[in-house]
Design a protein around this ligand. Structure first.
Ligand SMILES: Cc1cc2nc3c(=O)[nH]c(=O)nc-3n(C[C@H](O)[C@H](O)[C@H](O)COP(=O)(O)OP(=O)(O)OC[C@H]3O[C@@H](n4cnc5c(N)ncnc54)[C@H](O)[C@@H]3O)c2cc1C
Length: 430
């Protein structure tokens, strides 16, 4: 029986493993193994909400072990540290407990087909001081670390009788992550007042969002950027465009004009790259963002047995641009690789990957949602905002839940989430 190993149970990997286990695992046609270094999956586009404390990972996360038991695949907790394409094996680091004591030795897993779905990390472009002083939102652990620091700072400001004292937050990178986080933080500062911090409000929060490019949301159509900037400015959020950061210090970010943008909390959300681990392996052909180069079937250029999906995949389109690192790309790549692995199992020819841009949405907390939808027949985009945009934004997460759980369970999960939103606190306080 074929052994298919998927490393990374994120936006792409978990959808893929769900499809393969239904089509092959359940029928005994292949053994499916998922490897992830985390025990729980949280959809990455929700991480800024975890960071702000408006959602709870316990109600929004998927426990891989439980998911595996219900979906006919095996889950292995561990960090992949090596790939051996000649012997078709991967190695996982020894597993340590919370005290750093060894729990499991290093493990080797054989594969007939391997799928790399290990996502991406923030790219600080080597900017001095960023790794030491700034928060990143690459993983659940990092989002939770920021959340704890935010709560501490809110408590500190709340205790200060001088009403002029403010909490300063500086976010570098005005893509969707940076802009959405800024709006969520503004909302949270007001929420804090109802949760034991009566002196806190958005008036005591100063947020700066810093973008090196000419405008915020550089990857999205200009109309979305204009509308989002208007909404952010109305909230009193400082939007600094065309401002390049050359250094981070404990006291804030320093610009190329040697200006200090003072901050108590520094966040870096400017650009991504595939994990450094890929470079260290020195196995794959990669692009500037360290993404693994693939052919039209999404097989790595060095081995047809290794497929690559999601943020770590470097797929060059006919017009010379790279497929953007987005949840919709990971979703489409997962579907294509599921089709191809099923085709291989049935001795059918492989399908080609074509990225379809269905549009983009930016959700600025409760204040505004703006975006564009791409027409299916033409390449023209339709601008949407307000309630419709919000509904489409929410439906993206819902579609992910359906892909991962199936329709019936997916609906129950969404219903549970809705109920817990109604009865639970609006702000997570630990
Ligand atoms: C805050 C934030 C907001 C975003 N908002 C949006 C949005 O609104 N719309 C949108 O389209 N996109 C958004 N994105 C981008 C989107 O989240 C990613 O494009 C998408 O998650 C990529 O999916 P993936 O499967 O490639 O990787 P991920 O979802 O990141 O999953 C990677 C998985 O691999 C595991 N892993 C990594 N390395 C190893 C290893 N060595 N061994 C074992 N396991 C490993 C990780 O634990 C993780 O579970 C956002 C991203 C962030 C950070």
């Amino acid at each position: 029986m074929q052994q298919i190993v998927i490393v990374g149970g994120g936006a792409g990997g978990l959808e893929l493993v769900s499809q393969l286990s239904r089509a092959l695992g359940k029928k005994g046609l292949a053994k499916i193994i998922l490897v992830d270094r985390q025990p729980t999956h949280v959809w990455k586009p929700l991480l800024h909400e975890v960071a702000a404390g408006v959602i709870d990972k316990n109600s929004d996360g998927v426990d891989y072990r439980i998911h595996a038991a219900r979906h006919n695949y095996q889950f292995q907790l561990g960090n992949m540290s090596n790939i051996d394409p000649l012997n078709k094996q991967i190695t996982l680091d020894p597993l340590l407990d919370e005290q750093g004591e060894p729990l499991l030795p290093s493990r080797v897993i054989d594969y007939d087909y391997l799928v790399l779905a290990i996502g991406s990390v923030s790219n600080d472009f080597g900017t001095p001081g960023v790794a030491e002083h700034a928060y990143f939102l690459d993983s659940l652990a990092q989002a939770e670390r920021f959340h704890k620091a935010l709560l501490n700072q809110l408590l500190r400001i709340n205790q200060q009788s001088d009403s002029d004292s403010t909490l300063q937050v500086a976010i570098v990178g005005a893509g969707a992550t940076g802009t959405e986080l800024a709006a969520q933080l503004h909302h949270v500062a007001n929420l804090a007042r109802s949760y034991g911090m009566p002196a806190m409000s958005s008036e005591r929060l100063e947020i700066s969002i810093i973008e090196a490019g000419k405008r915020i949301l550089p990857a999205l159509p200009e109309r979305i950027a204009v509308s989002a900037k208007k909404a952010l400015t109305k909230l009193g959020i400082k939007v600094l465009e065309g401002t390049r950061i050359v250094k981070a210090e404990k006291a804030g970010f320093v610009t190329n004009n040697d200006q200090l943008i003072a901050a108590d909390l520094l966040v870096w959300a400017a650009g991504i790259k595939a994990p450094d681990f890929i470079q260290r392996l020195n196995l794959f052909e990669t692009n500037k963002a360290q993404q693994v180069l693939v052919n039209t079937h999404l097989q790595s250029t060095i081995s047809e047995q290794i497929f690559v999906i999601g943020d770590c995949c470097g797929f060059k389109q006919e017009d010379g641009t790279w497929v953007p690192p987005r949840a919709q790309s990971a979703h489409q790549m997962a579907s294509l690789v599921a089709t191809n692995l099923i085709n291989i199992n049935k001795d059918k020819p492989l399908a080609d990957y074509h990225y379809t841009d269905y549009g983009s949405l930016v959700h600025l907390s409760k204040y505004s949602t703006v975006g564009s939808l791409m027409g299916s027949l033409s390449n023209s985009s339709m601008f949407i905002e307000g309630r419709i945009a919000r509904l489409v934004y929410i439906s993206l997460y819902n579609m992910h839940q359906f892909a991962v759980h199936g329709w019936r369970k997916g609906l129950l999960v969404l219903l549970t989430r809705k109920l817990s939103n109604i009865v639970g606190p609006k702000l997570k306080l630990h």
